[in-house]
Design a protein around this ligand. Structure first.
Ligand code: FES
Length: 164
C-alpha cells in the first residue's frame, strides 16, 4: 500500500533506504511515477544500484522484476556504475564517413575500455550514438553534453585530459 512504509518502525535506516525514502516521498509513493523515481534515483547514484531498486520495489509495493523491466527498457538508465564523465562518439553516417571509427578507436585505446564500459577509476563511461544533428561538424565527440566537432585522433588525448 503506497505510503504505508512511513508508519513502519525503522531502527536504523541505511543510507540507500534514506535516499530512496526521500525520493519516494517527493513522488508521494506514486507507482505511476516509477520512471521519474528511477530518474531521480539515477541522478543520486549516477546509475541504478541493485539495493536502490530493491528499496524502490518495496517502497512502491511492486515486484522487483517490474522495476528491473522499466530500468532496463530505457536506454537512459544504467544498471552498471557509470563514470563521472559520459563520452559519446557519434557513429551516424556523416560522422562515420569522416572518420568517426578512427576517433572511437583512439578513445578506446586512450581510456583502455570498449564502448558501453566504464574506466576502473569511474572517471569515464564510453558510449556511441547515431547522429546528434550536427553532421556538418563531424566527426563529433560529446563529453558531458559538450560537443567537440571536426575531431581528429590527435585531439583525443587533450580532450580526455581536460575532464578530471
Ligand atoms: S552523423 Fe554525427 S552528427 Fe549526424
Amino acid at each position: 500500500m503506497p505510503g504505508s512504509r512511513k508508519e513502519q518502525a525503522k531502527p536504523r535506516a541505511k543510507p540507500a533506504q534514506q535516499k530512496i525514502e526521500s525520493i519516494l516521498d517527493r513522488h508521494q509513493c506514486d507507482r505511476g511515477m516509477l520512471v521519474a523515481i528511477l530518474q531521480d534515483t539515477q541522478a543520486e547514484y549516477n546509475y541504478l544500484p541493485k539495493e536502490a531498486l530493491v528499496e524502490v520495489s518495496q517502497g512502491l509495493d511492486i515486484p522487483l522484476t517490474q522495476v528491473y523491466s522499466v530500468a532496463s527498457f530505457f536506454k537512459a538508465f544504467s544498471l552498471k556504475p557509470r563514470g563521472r564523465h559520459l563520452v559519446h562518439v557519434c557513429l551516424g553516417t556523416a560522422c562515420h564517413v569522416r572518420g568517426a571509427v578512427r576517433i572511437l578507436d583512439e578513445i578506446k585505446r586512450k581510456l583502455g575500455i570498449n564502448e558501453g564500459e566504464t574506466t576502473k577509476d569511474l572517471r569515464y563511461t564510453l558510449e556511441t550514438v547515431n547522429c546528434v544533428g550536427a553532421c556538418a561538424l563531424g566527426p563529433i565527440v560529446i563529453v558531458d553534453g559538450q560537443y567537440s566537432g571536426e575531431m581528429k585522433t590527435d585531439k583525443v588525448k587533450p580532450l580526455m585530459e581536460s575532464y578530471k
